[in-house]
Design a protein around this ligand. Structure first.
Ligand SMILES: Nc1ncnc2c1ncn2[C@@H]1O[C@H](COP(=O)(O)OP(=O)(O)O)[C@@H](O)[C@H]1O
Ligand SMILES: [Mg+2]
Length: 258
């Protein structure tokens, strides 16, 4: 496995008497796709918030590019956050702005680029993500899948080193969800960022992941591939696989059917 861009070392996070992460260790390899999976309430979103310094760990270290975010001040944290692009469930587009204005917002607010440069960059990303011709539409005029694409286009504008996706296909039917995951994969290959995708299940598409991290009862298990998970002897993991990896077996059977 290549060099780690993020590393959790003995991280503990509790809310009251509930210990969500219990001395957790794992590494996120640079330039690859890591899927963080696990049932509802197992601490997936909490893990992303810890990485961004939006929540404070009780103990342990969270290293981002070798620097521990758990002991950073606001100023230093803000600097680290500029390395990240985030796409959370709702895509969080501004309804009163067009697609172009939504996507260009980070460039307008955070850079000194000229209008021409901004237009060039935004239109290029829209084309890459299959959104050409939609720049003057408003979010309400877009399908669920297109909204996710616009959210991704916006998150990419500041050229993040690391993209965080929190259950990014929520609200899409399975076919559309697959399309979006495929697009994420293509985009990750093109842009070369490190990708962390949180999901409450393990869709077939995660054959494209370089690593799967499963959160379960405060503990973490790391697998090199979704196939590896099927070989786990852990009863909780077995149960999770049975519940969420039906797709994999189903598709294999279909492929092998005469
Ligand atoms: N700010 C908070 N205050 C109290 N409890 C929280 C807070 N954030 C998350 N939790 C609890 O921590 C657990 C993990 O939450 P979360 O990471 O959001 O789960 P998920 O894996 O579904 O994303 C849940 O039981 C949740 O209720
Ligand atoms: Mg969550």
């Amino acid at each position: 496995m290549s060099e780690a861009i993020i590393q959790f070392v003995e991280v503990v996070k509790s809310f009251g008497s509930q210990r969500v992460l219990d001395r957790v260790n794992f590494a996120i390899p640079v330039g690859k796709t890591t899927v963080i999976a696990g049932g509802s309430g197992q601490g997936k979103s909490v893990t992303l918030k810890l990485i961004l310094g939006l929540l404070q760990a009780d103990s342990g270290q969270i290293l981002v590019e070798g620097k521990d975010v758990t002991c950073m001040g606001r100023k230093e944290l803000n600097l680290v956050r500029t390395e990240f692009g985030v796409l959370f469930q709702g895509a969080a587009l501004l309804d009163s702005l067009t697609v172009f204005d939504n996507v260009s917002l980070p460039l307008v607010e955070r850079t000194a680029l000229s209008r021409g440069e901004i237009k060039e960059r935004v239109m290029a990303t829209l084309a890459q993500l299959g959104l050409e011709g939609s720049e003057n539409k408003f979010p309400a005029q877009l399908s669920g899948g297109m909204k996710k694409r616009v959210g991704l286009a916006r998150a990419l504008q500041l050229q993040p080193k690391i993209m965080l996706f929190d259950e990014p296909t929520t609200g899409l039917d399975p076919e559309k969800a697959m399309e979006i995951y495929q697009l994420f994969h293509r985009t990750q290959q093109q842009f070369g960022y490190t990708s962390i995708i949180v999901s409450h299940d393990i869709p077939k598409i995660f054959n494209l992941a370089d690593q799967v991290v499963i959160l379960n009862r405060g503990k973490v298990n790391t697998f090199a591939s979704p196939e590896d998970i099927t070989r786990s002897e852990d009863p909780d993991i077995k149960d999770f696989v049975k519940k969420t990896m039906g797709d994999v077996y189903l598709s294999r059977e279909m492929e092998y059917a005469p």
